[in-house]
Ligand binder design. Structure first.
Ligand code: PLP
Length: 359
């Protein structure tokens, strides 16, 4: 198999795929695939509960938080969050640090009065707006951040202090990449297709008292409290995604949990940033070093006319999906949990050889 640096849908841990392959036709002694099981059947329900228990253990999720296995992509939750957390006429603070937090703010606008309390847009999102400059509103329904900007490559290394207002975080591209203190957040959400499993599943971790906030009229399917009351089985859930997420959580537990991922992700990203910074300007990452993402590393070549050759030759060398997002250009290497050190070593070796060959 190739080394896959895709930003998402992204590489999955090989042991997870191999196990899914082994179990595809006969899951759990049932004689049928997990995809062919009723979500209300005993086998599936038992597994589903175990998956939630494993996630709670991995992340240290307190009992006063509900864990929801949702659908609609993180994008649907850009809207569903204000629908549930803001009452008519409420205001919410958004910290805009890149493409995804900007989109979260614009998608929330039909449902809440959006206040951009801080943004680094004028600096092309190359740094984080300093916490002292944030203009937070103590009466806001919540403060929204994206902990990791998948396209721009900037990341919060700690939960920012926002007082008593619930902190809402899009963790789509860095959930499970290291330990966090869940109790610092009111709501955490993440599309699955980077560190969890296949696209089409979204995890929502919400402090239970916030489930009571939703007072505006809306269909049950949009109401988090309904999903919590029905154990995420208000309708047919993404059973395949739920199952694969479970295999990923087991793999994480067998491999030292989030503390081990933290060490590995630090080493991987340090190796790649060192190769970029040590290339004498051949490669460049313009992000303020303390906020550089450990998950998504965008970089450019000193001469963009070499981009096509870089992409063609890297793919031929078994290094997949290095093309950068069109919003920033150049290259991007995503180093999620499933990307091993060996893959990063292969990438930095290729980069060094490419620079020698193309002078
Ligand atoms: N938020 C972040 C940080 C992302 O990286 C992405 C997608 O890559 C999204 C939200 C949107 O997710 P989805 O495509 O699942 O709606």
């Amino acid at each position: 198999r190739v080394w896959n640096f895709s930003a998402g849908p992204a590489a999955m841990p090989l042991p997870v795929l191999e196990r899914a392959q082994r179990e595809l036709l006969d899951w759990n002694g049932s004689g049928a695939s997990v995809m062919e099981q009723s979500h209300r059947g005993k086998r599936f329900m038992t597994m589903a509960q175990q998956v939630e228990a494993d996630l709670r253990e991995l992340m240290g999720i307190p009992d006063h938080y509900a864990v929801l296995f949702e659908q609609g992509g993180a994008t649907q939750h850009f809207a569903q969050i204000p629908m549930n957390l803001a009452r008519e006429g409420d205001r919410a603070d958004y910290i805009v640090t890149g493409h995804w937090s900007e989109k979260a703010a614009s998608e929330a606008a039909p449902y809440v009065q959006v206040n951009v309390a801080a943004t680094s847009k004028a600096e092309s999102f190359l740094r984080m707006p300093a916490r002292e400059t944030w203009k937070l509103d103590s009466g806001a329904a919540y403060v929204h951040i994206a902990t990791n900007e998948t396209i721009h490559g900037v990341q919060f290394k700690h939960a920012p202090e926002v007082g008593d207002v619930p902190l809402v975080a899009d963790m789509s591209s860095d959930i499970l990449s290291g330990p966090i203190d869940v109790s610092r957040y009111g709501l955490i959400y993440a599309g699955a297709q980077k560190n969890i499993g296949p696209s089409g599943l979204v995890l929502v971790i919400i402090r239970r008292d916030l489930l009571e906030r939703a007072t505006r009229p809306m269909a049950k399917i949009f109401r988090y409290a309904e999903h919590a009351a029905h154990d995420s089985m208000l309708n047919t859930p993404n059973t395949w995604g739920w199952y694969l997420a479970g295999l990923t959580f087991q793999w994480l537990k067998e491999n030292g949990g989030l503390a081990a991922m933290d060490v590995l992700n630090r080493q991987k990203s340090q190796m790649l940033y060192a190769a970029i910074d040590g290339s004498g300007g051949y490669y460049r990452n313009p992000i303020d070093p303390p906020v550089r993402s450990r998950m998504n590393v965008p970089f450019t070549l000193h001469d963009s006319s070499l981009d096509a050759a870089f992409l063609q030759e890297s793919e031929a060398a078994g290094l997949l999906a290095l093309k950068g997002h069109k919003a920033v250009g150049g290259m991007r290497a995503s180093l999620y949990n499933a990307v091993p050190m060996e893959a990063v070593q292969a990438l930095v070796d290729f980069m060094s050889e490419f620079s020698r060959r193309h002078g």
